[in-house]
Every structure is written in structure tokens, then in C-alpha cells.
Design a binder for this molecule. Sequence first.
Ligand code: XIL
Length: 297
Amino acid sequence: AGTLGAAAAQSGRYFGTAIAASRLGDSTYATVAAREFNMVTAENEMKPDATEPQRGQFSFNSGDQIYNWATQRGLKVRGHTLAWHAQQPGWMQSLGGSALRQAMIDHINGVMAHYRGKLAAWDVVNEAFAENGSRRSSNLQSTGNDWIEVAFRTARAADPSVKLCYNDYNIENWTYAKTQGVYNMIKDFKSRGVPIDCVGLQTHFTGGSSLPSNFQTTLSSFAALGVDVALTEVDVTNASTSQYAGLTQACVNVPRCIGITVWGVRDGDSWRSSESPLLFDNGGNKKAAYTSVLNAL
Ligand code: XIL
């Protein structure tokens, strides 16, 4: 296959990218994105600060811009994200306790109602664990340890057809405490019937470190709990070809690894642009890492 999306589709997977609404007018960006990918995540436009800037007043303009652009071109869309300690609107940052708990529930209901039946998946909860494997402290965590399962139960009721994912970073290494913390939560959710369908591993790999040799073990271990896994925000310092090939191969080797999303199109579009971590250079040309990914799919 001649594109990332088509190559991934040969094994029933997708290959996606983060899209920024503000860049869609850039023809190189839009052309490369529409040609190569078959899944899209809004880089910022479906986050709580974007979708509910004032309490109870929802704003879907930029999220819909991305949704419409993608679906008009045959690309699917992942929703990102409903409950997160970061990128909360100011009004939410200043809430706590039962008021924040209710605001979280109302937010999930409001956003999911708008996109009901339209998305492939939602990252319902993002980045709720600390590096030591315990829960990250946040205003949401302070509302009670059950905030994550309440978010998932609310989400399932709001849109029964969309896949519900837990998403986090630094959960790629199987022996890492944070990976184990997330794994134990998913195991507990599955044993108690808390609705969850997928785990997103952000896969932001940083310099020097090679691909964890147990990365595939992490993917297959999560999958063995009865959830799909996906690599949701991939970028790699200097776009190491071996790391890109390795992470792609790990996904391909695990039947329930359903797709890979890179966190941007060209290096200059990346939140880590100084590390040139993506698959296309600033001219929209394919880098060596592109070929290593395509060959591994
Ligand atoms: C990043 C975006 O890429 C930036 O544009 C923004 O300023 C901050 O957020 N984990 C996530 C993503 O789940 O939403 C983050 O995206 C990167 C880290």
C-alpha cells in the first residue's frame, strides 16, 4: 500500500494523526493529512477548555471544523478528551468537591450528546496516574477516587455506541510503576463491570531511550484484560527509525492493537517541534521514519 492509512487497513487497523483546526487552511498540511491518514484526533479542539469555555455554554465550532473536514474526506475521528487535570476552562479549575463532580458529569453529557454516534472512540479520562503508579493529585482526584469510574459510566450512558478509552503517557514500559497502576485499574474495572473498551498509550518517546523491549508485552497484557489498545499520540525524538519501526511492529504483532496515531503531520506542526519527532518534514516530504513505519505495517 502506498499510504500509512491504506497499509494499516490491510490488517484492519487505522493510522491517524492529530489535526489542528488552525492549520487546515495550509494546503500542504491538508493534502498530506488527507492522503496519508484514515483517523484524526483533534489536537486541542475537543478538550474541556475548548468545548465548555463558560459553564453550561458549549462551543463546538473548532471541533466540528475538524470533524467535518475529516469525515468529508473519509477519515474517522477519535474524541480527545472529556476529563483531564489540564486544559480545563477557568471556571472548572476553581471548582472542587461535589460541584466539580457534577460539572464533570455535565461536561461529559454535554459534549457526548453533540458527538453522539459520530466518533470511533473517546478518551474519556486522560492522564489520571502519577509516575509512581498512584493516582495523580488534581482537583478531579480530590472529588473522590471513584471519579474515573463515574466518568466512564456517565460516558457509556451518554453514547452507548462509542468506544470508551483510558489514555495516558509513560505506560509503555511493562515494568514501570505507572504502567502497573493503570493496568490494575483496568483489571479492577473489568472485574466489576465498569464500562471500558480501550487503553490509549500516548507513546511520546524521548531522546536516548530506545523502545522499551517489553513494549509488546505491555500491549498484549492490557489486551488480555479484554480491552483494545491503541498508540494514540506517537512522537519520537529525532524520529528514530528503529523506534518508529519497533513501535509499529509491536502494534502489528498484537491482534487487539487497533491503530496508531502520530501527534501531528510535519515536524513544525508538533508540540515538540524542536525534536523533529514526526514522519514528515516541514515541506511535507516523507522522512526516513515514514518508510520504516510503512514497511512495518
Ligand atoms: C498538547 C498539544 O499538542 C498542544 O498543542 C497543547 O498546547 C498542549 O497539549 N498529552 C495529551 C495531549 O493528551 O492532549 C497533549 O497535547 C500532549 C500530551
